[in-house]
Design a protein around this ligand. Structure first.
Ligand code: SF4
Length: 599
């Protein structure tokens, strides 16, 4: 991840020297442990731009691409290729910072240019990958490549860039070279800007290194910037949620009414899930596309850019090349049985936000803390059930509306998980008594209340299938945010059950899954021909399932006005925002997990 160095700038690019999340990595070998504690100077650039950004990347291992990061990587494509030139070593500085003696260099006074060199300084606790090193005898000048134009300001550079470059100079000094200045090379302007490493810049650089180490050691994430022009250009804006977090941290009386915060998140994601339910299908890769073939015949070909996840039902095969590419792009493959039973996910390396998983496990192990969150899940679910009925019934006079309001109040006061589950069960019973008659032609489907495993009628078959789609969606989302989806707070761990996804699904069941079921039946997208019955169990046919998946995806793309933040956002994005707010709560940034409830 790279941030722009300044809101007005388009100049920063990033290298690949850093390992995000490395501040938290541990090792059995003390040597590599020490290496992991060194701050990459690229991360120091991020910390200078915004302390929270540096923390999110270095301590929590967060990463996201945006146009600036991609341009930065592209601009670095040549300098990131290491060359094979040998560089004469210098004797390192002594404890006083003086060089005792300079080894004779093999260059005999000739200047040397070398690319992509990694050096470190134990004294300053930093490691740097230099884009280019210009060496003239014992004098070393680091050159850092920046995308974009020379900034139009008196320094012709931004502070994060100067600090990063100066840190490279400190690393060179610690390795025995003289380094009194560096160069920022602006790719778009094709211009070099010389930056002297004067006392003020060295002191500022060292001050920031100390602050960064302190924040990492205290495991205290710096607060989001307030209303900063830096945020809209920051690639981590969707992870950081600066305005949302600030709003939820602010005292209620200080928050004005109306549309209260900037909309920094895109309302929708362009990439969508790819569903494959052809038995015997083979998924491969051709260039930058995913291809799906059956008996050698191509069924579909989709750009990898347009795929957010691959969802395979039953007997679907994958080539090694497509698995590797999907892993590399952090696109998960969800494996389900033909009937929709969740078997697992293939992903790349697990998320590096260890801090979040530690808090998740601690909270799950604390019954009172787990109950506090669970109350919000269930109270949110009951409120959303009530809202769905109120809208469909067009009246608030029905006693079930009052009953659900009462169950919600009691859920918020429940003193044990058992009580909470009991209230949830009672609320669900009275909700479904009203829900089933809302389905047109219900008299043909022989429905006798909510049933499952296996569903015994078409309506319950659709409900179970849509709940499994919602659980799948939340499992993928929670995994990408850094949670372990298997460990919940309300649903206790059980083999193969993504308990946390089931927890978070509670508040969304009426809004997404039950609404999709109503729409699919009432719009005529499915009918009696969409089901097969076998020995008392009812399941969707292939065509029926395709119709329900289409209805589900439409619902996920539906934009609504966020009840707290006031901006338009799709349900798909809402799921991610909720997962991130749950993370902000567990990490202590906000005082209460705000359940998602519509009005
Ligand atoms: S979105 Fe804003 S507050 Fe958050 S990390 Fe980026 S610059 Fe910092």
């Amino acid at each position: 991840m790279i941030s722009p160095s300044d809101p007005q700038s388009s100049s920063t690019a990033h290298s690949t020297a850093a390992t995000p999340g490395a501040a938290r990595q541990s090792s059995t070998s003390s040597g590599s442990e020490d290496a992991n504690q060194l701050i990459p100077v690229r991360m120091l650039n991020e910390f200078t731009y915004c302390p929270r950004l540096g923390y999110l990347e270095w301590v929590q291992g967060e990463w996201a691409e945006n146009i600036e990061t991609m341009e930065g990587t592209f601009g670095h494509r040549n300098v990131d290729k290491p060359d094979r030139k040998s560089i004469p070593a210098r004797k390192k500085s002594n404890d006083n910072g003086d060089r005792d003696e300079v080894q004779s260099d093999s260059a005999n006074g000739d200047s040397i240019h070398a690319r992509s060199i990694t050096l470190s300084s134990d004294a300053d606790g930093i490691v740097a990958k230099l884009d280019l090193l210009e060496l003239d005898g014992g004098v070393a000048t680091p050159v850092d490549y920046k995308r974009g134009q020379v900034p139009d300001n008196p320094e012709q550079s931004w502070e994060p860039e100067r600090v990063q470059l100066c840190a490279q100079g400190l690393v060179l000094r610690a390795n025995g070279f003289e380094s009194s200045q560096g160069v920022l090379y602006y790719i778009a302007s094709k211009r070099r800007v010389v930056i002297p490493f004067d006392d003020a810049l060295v002191a500022r650089t060292r001050e920031l290194i100390v602050q960064f180490k302190q924040a990492a050691a205290e495991e205290q994430i710096p607060p989001p910037l307030e209303d900063s022009p830096k945020c809209p250009r920051c690639s981590l804006v969707g992870i950081c949620l600066p305005d949302e977090t600030n709003l939820l941290r602010a005292p209620e009386e200080s928050v004005p009414d109306g549309n209260r915060i900037r909309k920094l998140l895109p309302a929708k994601s362009k990439a969508l899930p790819l569903y494959i339910q052809h038995q015997g299908a083979f998924v491969g890769k051709s260039g930058d596309r995913v291809t799906i073939k059956l008996k050698g015949e191509e069924l579909a070909s989709v750009r990898l850019l347009d795929v957010s996840q691959v969802c395979a039902y039953g007997n679907v095969m994958f080539s090694g090349a497509v698995i590797a590419e999907l892993n590399r792009r952090s696109i998960p493959i969800v494996h389900k049985s033909y009937g929709g039973w969740f078997h697992g996910i293939t992903t790349g390396l697990s998320h590096k936000n260890v801090e979040l998983r530690i808090r998740q496990f601690r909270t799950a192990d604390d019954p009172e803390a787990a109950l506090t969150i669970s109350r919000q899940f269930i109270a949110g679910k009951i409120k959303n059930c009530r809202t769905l009925l109120r809208r469909q019934l067009g009246s608030t006079d029905d006693p079930v509306i009052a009953n659900l309001a009462e169950y919600r109040k009691r859920a918020l006061r429940a003193d044990s998980a058992e009580t909470l589950l009991g209230l949830e069960g009672m609320a669900a019973k009275c909700y479904f008594e009203k829900f089933f008659p809302m389905i047109s032609g219900i008299e043909h489907y022989d429905v006798d209340g909510r049933n499952r495993r296996p569903p015994r009628d078409p309506v319950n078959a659709v409900l179970s299938f849509v709940y499994s789609l919602l659980t799948k969606e939340l499992t993928v989302t929670l995994n990408s945010v850094g949670f372990d989806p298997m460990l919940g707070f309300l649903h206790r761990p059980r083999y193969g059950r993504p308990s946390l996804a089931l927890d978070l699904a509670e508040e969304f069941r009426p809004l997404i899954a039950d609404s999709v079921t109503l729409m699919a039946f009432n719009n005529g997208e499915i009918n009696q021909d969409s089901f097969i019955a076998r020995a008392g169990a009812v399941a969707l046919t292939d065509a029926g399932r395709k119709s329900v998946i289409a209805a589900f995806e439409r619902r996920m793309d539906t934009e609504i006005t966020h009840p707290i933040f006031g901006y338009k956002v799709s349900y798909r994005r809402v799921l991610e925002v909720q997962a991130r707010l749950l993370a902000r709560y567990l990490l202590g940034e906000i005082e209460e997990y705000p359940g998602f409830v519509t009005r």
